[in-house]
Ligand binder design. Sequence first.
Ligand code: DX5
Ligand code: ZN
Length: 217
Amino acid sequence: MGKVKVFPSLLAADFSVIKSEIKKVEEAGADGIHLDVMDNKYVSNKSFPVEKIKSFYEKISLLLDIHLMIEKPEDFIDEFLNFNPAYLSFHAEASENPKELIEKIKSNNCKAGLAVNAKVSLDSILPFIEMIDFVLIMTVNAGFGGQKFIEENIKKIEELNKIRKEKNLVFEIEADGGVNTENSKKLISAGTDILVSGSTIFKSDSVSETIRKLKEN
Ligand code: DX5
Ligand code: ZN
C-alpha cells in the first residue's frame, strides 16, 4: 500500500469561511476533503450540503470524498455525482440495490466505497468486496463529529486487511470518526490507507503539524 492520505472532515469546519478553511488544510498537507451527507433518517442528524459544495467545489484541487449516511442513496446519487467526487461511499444496508449503485458510481469515473457503521458487521459488505474501490470503517457511531474513538473497531480494520491480502485485492481502507494523533499509528499499522479527521484537525493550533503527525507511522 502507498502513503497514508489524510482527509479533513468538513463537518468540523467553519462554513461561514469555508474557502479559507479548505485553503488552510490544503496548504497544511491534506490530500482530500471529506464531506458528510446526513438525512435525519439513516442517522439522527441532518446535513445535506449540496448548496455548500456549490459554494466551493469549483476552486478546489483536493480530492473530494463524499460519505452518504442516508437511506436510499440511489435516489440522491446524481446530485452528488454532479460534483465529480474522487471518492463516494454509502452504507450497504441503506440501499435497495448496492451492486447497481456501485456500478453507477464507478461508471462516473469515481471510486466507489461501502461504509460500515460502528455496530454493523463486515458481513454487510463482503458480497461486494471484489467490486469496490474502498471501504470506509466507522470508528464512531455515524451521525456526529467530535465523538470518542471506538478502539474495538480497529479489529475490523485488521480483519479487512487480512481479507484484502488473502483475496489479493487492492481496495483502500478509510477510517472515519474520532481519529486523532494518539490512535493514528494503530490505525495505520492495522491497514488503514486514508484517515478522516474532523475535530482533531480543525481545532488544532497547528494544522500542518497535526496532519504531519497523523501521517506518521
Ligand atoms: C461521523 C462522520 C465523520 C465525522 C468525523 O458521522 O461520518 O466524518 O465528521 O469527525 P471527527 O473526526 O470529529 O470524529
Ligand atoms: Zn464521514
